[in-house]
Write a protein that binds this ligand. Sequence first.
Ligand code: NAP
Length: 352
Amino acid sequence: VTSASPMELRLAFIGLGNVARAFARMIDDRRDQLSDGYGLKLRTTAIATGSHGCVLSDGDIDLRAAAACVERGEPLTGLPGVAAISDTSGLIDRCEADVVFETTPLNPTDGEPAATYILNALGRGMNVVTANKGPVAFAYRRLKALAERKRVSFRFEGTVMDGAPVFNLVEYCLPVARVIRFSGVLNSTTNLILAGMESGRTFDECLDEARRLGIAETNADYDIDGWDAAAKAIVLANVLMGADLRPNDVDRAGIRDLDSRETQAAAAAGRPLRLIARAEGSGDGAKIVVGPERVAAASPLGSVRGTSNVLIIETDLMGELVIFETNPGIEQTAYALLSDLIRVHEEAKSRR
Ligand SMILES: NC(=O)c1ccc[n+]([C@@H]2O[C@H](COP(=O)([O-])OP(=O)(O)OC[C@H]3O[C@@H](n4cnc5c(N)ncnc54)[C@H](OP(=O)(O)O)[C@@H]3O)[C@@H](O)[C@H]2O)c1
């Protein structure tokens, strides 16, 4: 799509952490391509954070300057041309953005406050893109119904396997087919730890590496204890299989009690330990299990190393499909936000 006069979209950011800052760099780098190739001109008018302040602007907030501010630990209120707002909810009430990017930390207990932020934004007629699985795991049906009623988009490709097309693949490329079961290695932090321990490193050394890479959850216990994988499995089951489950419905175990000796012995026997998420459809629901399993080294589940992820989807009409994501980092999650932004733009055009 080439457009002589690009359409301007006003962007609001709820969270400016690792993911949002990588996305900010990406859209700045690709400014010309987005304008010339997709007819998109982007303007940032609102940013909310947890501890670096919330700001609004009538102009265009310089995203790189805002990211640098956060990285220096300084408040955003010092940026030129911005007005300070007391909190995130107040910012959503007032921001009147076209697209809200929600990237606050995972809360595996109830998906809050992100679910409420997204409900408010959709209710005010704003499109929402999130990389946070919490709200999708706890409130998918409500959020989707509200987005439909308000004729806006709600996209969340980054919630599972970063920017690898999982939801888009099923939605756009597998019409009529039903997903009947899936299994996968969906959490990069635990996979990095397990593979690292196989090669003799300690649990803590591997966890530090995941933190350095920016891929660990804000609270890494949610990775280690299987909550992140459970939330992803719930998102997959609710979206792809029509289930209506919550993370507490998952039969869940993490990797906290595994040690280097056990992981090395399993790998030496050709059956390495991996944190596996499995779902089996039943009626309108699904049964979901997350926990460490010994899997054949040469199988798709056993062959993923480091931060790599894999998802095996079994359908009734298209058989089994395997999606590998090799060594994703923060850029791949940022790409999820970018591909969702393009989808929001396409959907908005098709509604006109
Ligand atoms: N990192 C990854 O590789 C990855 C991959 C896929 C999905 N995700 C998901 O993406 C989301 C963001 O991850 P991240 O790594 O960017 O996390 P992060 O670096 O910890 O950033 C979280 C951001 O949210 C802000 N925040 C916290 N509470 C807030 C509130 N109530 N209102 C507004 N902002 C608030 C924080 O602000 P302060 O810093 O000022 O507190 C920070 O800017 C998470 O839900 C995560 O599960 C991450």
